[in-house]
Design a protein around this ligand. Structure first.
Ligand SMILES: NC(=O)c1ccc[n+]([C@@H]2O[C@H](COP(=O)([O-])OP(=O)(O)OC[C@H]3O[C@@H](n4cnc5c(N)ncnc54)[C@H](O)[C@@H]3O)[C@@H](O)[C@H]2O)c1
Length: 250
């Protein structure tokens, strides 16, 4: 059972996996900064978390914007004190044949998915170093482990997130800070449903056939592991790629 409550920031916290992570961390008693580009959805979630008894604040941010991250993290610190938990779930996802990926598209994926993760981690590490305690969980993707057809931009950034996670884990292992990544395969979220509506991904019945457990993942599946990685009990787990994928990638 977790004893200490901490200040947590969840990027991409307003939707899908990030939203479930906010709910799980709030249920553990942590104070939540919902950091997302979608201010309206963040405010709505914050109202729900508060009515369930949690402390939460919404901060509007584009994680590709270094100055905006500094401001957002500052707002969370002002509200709740130093940040000791970071979960990075904000990302762009999509499918484009390799030869059709424009340089602008590629650069935007790198800026949001990879540079955004880098900037958020750098932004919270000073608090964690001062505390001698920290938990960082990045949400990468199975596409970053295996590659993925028509995801040259996305998969590249997610492979980068995995390498970034391992590297920060090694550099900060002796300072009480753990850094792990969860690479989902297929989780039922607005991002996934958007791709299905755009006919870029097949319907649930067909997707489920690629998953040994025979069903899509849920935000709760991912968030349960994420919340565990943020406990004191998980303090000897760092630098790990922990698949929560129904056996789709083993
Ligand atoms: N759903 C899946 O099947 C799946 C599979 C593999 C990996 N993932 C990863 O899981 C994470 C969460 O995905 P999801 O399915 O919950 O997606 P989602 O689209 O439901 O949620 C993503 C959230 O990120 C926010 N966001 C997007 N760009 C942002 C930016 N520049 N700055 C701040 N916020 C921004 C969006 O507003 C949204 O609230 C992503 O990193 C995604 O790549 C998801």
């Amino acid at each position: 059972m977790e004893s200490s409550t901490r200040t947590a920031v969840v990027t991409g916290g307003a939707s899908g996996i990030g939203r479930s992570v906010c709910e799980h961390l709030a249920a553990q008693g942590h104070r939540i900064g919902v950091a997302d580009a979608n201010a309206e959805a963040s405010e709505k979630l914050v109202a729900e978390l508060r009515s369930a008894g949690a402390e939460a604040v919404a901060v509007e941010v584009d994680v590709a914007d270094s100055a905006a991250i500094t401001t957002a993290l500052g707002t969370v610190r002002e509200a709740f004190g130093p940040i000791e938990i970071l979960v990075t779930s904000a990302a762009l996802g999509g499918f484009t044949p390799f030869e059709e990926i424009t340089l602008d598209d590629f650069n935007r994926y790198v800026a949001v998915n990879l540079t955004g993760t880098f900037l958020c981690i750098q932004g919270v590490l000073p608090d964690m170093v001062s505390a001698g305690w920290g938990r960082i969980v990045t949400i990468s993707s199975a596409a970053g482990q295996t590659g993925a057809v028509n995801q040259g931009h996305y998969a590249t950034t997610k492979g980068g997130v995995i390498a970034l996670t391992k590297t920060v884990a090694l550099e900060y292992a002796a300072r009480g800070i753990t850094v792990n990544t969860i690479p989902p395969f297929v989780a039922d979220t607005p991002m996934l449903r958007g791709q299905q509506e755009a006919k870029k991904l097949p319907p649930e019945k067909i997707l489920s056939r690629a998953i040994p457990m025979g069903r899509l993942g849920s935000g709760d599946d991912i968030a349960a592991m994420c919340a565990f990685l943020c406990t004191d009990a998980a303090g000897y787990v760092t630098g790990q790629v922990i698949g929560v994928n129904g056996g789709a990638v083993v």
